[in-house]
Design a protein around this ligand. Structure first.
Ligand code: GRG
Length: 332
């Protein structure tokens, strides 16, 4: 579901993100126009740009005059969004996804081989830009790519596992989502030359926000409509990815046995509808929301020393806003 980015309340962010946009497009200009077209596809399709917004805003927490972001901060933001994009290209191949960011996915349009190569190209460009920002940023981005892979492989190991544990779920989203949001903030802090204790707090903020972000995303897959998501809802259940609300019902919620019978293998549309309505009626959506709220609060409290800046306050507002996106859908 495409929500307005609450960080956009920050006066300088619109201009800084416009610079991110220009540099993103430039960064995927290849000699071969076809490669440029494939690598630009999801950039042109939009997306919320939460990660680059976090890099820029994190750097701005020690910039009370709200000057335009220095060029290194824009580059850091671009490198983080390129890693995100590369992961989306690969993820859509793994999932056989047909749509992404409300447009045809890269794999659906050009096939898996080209989608994988273009994803590799995005990661290579991200690495090149990160290297220009120093060894710490280059190392951080490389280790974050490894964390994404670890999180994703853990998820793959548990597909169609009706006994998937909550611990395994949390470890997976820590790697596949929270690590990059933590890194987005950390890169902003490093290239913005902020004091080390502040960099640590910003990293903690991004990481906790990322945990809440993925839980919200997973709840939306159960409760939102196709139109709201801009892609088919219930996709995780069909793919055998059992997320927090589903794990909680399976672990002993109302109708756990019936849900267990339905899941564990391929789902027909009628089975999907029944599984979604069991989860929605079980109260597990509400308890999963509580867990998302826990992480959003943890994110906000990481920044207690930083909220005196406009940028710090905007980050905390983003954490609060996150829960709003799902509450409306969950109440229907
Ligand atoms: C090679 C980097 C790399 C990774 C390989 C495929 C994979 C391992 C990891 C997948 C990681 C993944 C897709 C996690 C989900 C993250 C997530 C919440 C995506 C949606 O983010 P939004 O809502 O999307 O910010 P937009 O489109 O707005 O940017």
């Amino acid at each position: 579901m495409s929500q307005p980015n609450p960080l956009l309340l920050l006066p300088t962010l619109v201009d800084d993100l416009a610079r991110v946009e220009d540099q993103l497009r430039l960064s995927v200009q290849a000699e071969d126009p076809f490669l440029t077209e494939v690598a630009s596809h999801l950039i042109n399709a939009g997306g919320k740009r939460v990660r680059p917004a976090f890099s820029v805003t994190a750097a701005a927490t020690r910039n009370p005059a709200m000057e335009p972001a220095p060029p290194e901060v824009i580059s850091g933001a671009v490198s983080v969004e390129l890693v995100h994009l590369g992961s989306l290209y690969h993820d859509d191949v793994m999932d056989d996804a047909l749509t992404r960011r409300t447009v045809e996915s890269v794999n659906a349009r050009w096939g898996n081989l080209k989608a994988i190569l273009a994803g590799d190209y995005l990661l290579a460009r991200a690495s090149e830009i990160a290297a220009s920002l120093g060894t710490e940023v280059a190392g951080l981005l490389a280790s974050t790519i490894a964390r994404l892979c670890e999180g994703q492989i853990l998820e793959l190991q548990h597909t169609f596992n009706v006994q998937r544990s909550e611990e395994s779920y949390l470890a997976s989203i820590d790697g596949k989502t929270a690590s990059l949001l933590g890194t987005a903030c950390r890169v902003g802090g490093i290239v913005g030359d902020l004091p080390r204790p502040i960099i640590e707090r910003l990293t903690q903020f991004g990481h906790s926000y990322g945990m809440a972000f993925q839980i919200v995303d997973d709840i939306l897959d159960v409760v939102a409509t196709d139109e709201e998501l801009g892609k088919p809802s219930g996709h995780d259940l069909v793919e055998g990815v059992y997320t927090l609300p589903v794990i909680r019902v399976l672990a002993g919620g109302t109708d756990a046995d019936r849900l267990g019978e339905l899941l564990g293998g391929p789902l027909e549309p009628a089975g999907l509808a029944e599984a979604r309505s069991i989860v929605r009626a079980s109260g597990a959506v509400e308890t999963a929301l509580d867990t998302a709220r826990f992480y959003a609060d943890q994110a906000a409290s990481a920044l207690t020393d930083v909220t005196d800046s406009e940028a710090g306050a905007a980050l905390v507002a983003a954490a609060d806003h996150l829960l709003e996106t799902v509450r409306v859908a969950a109440q229907r």
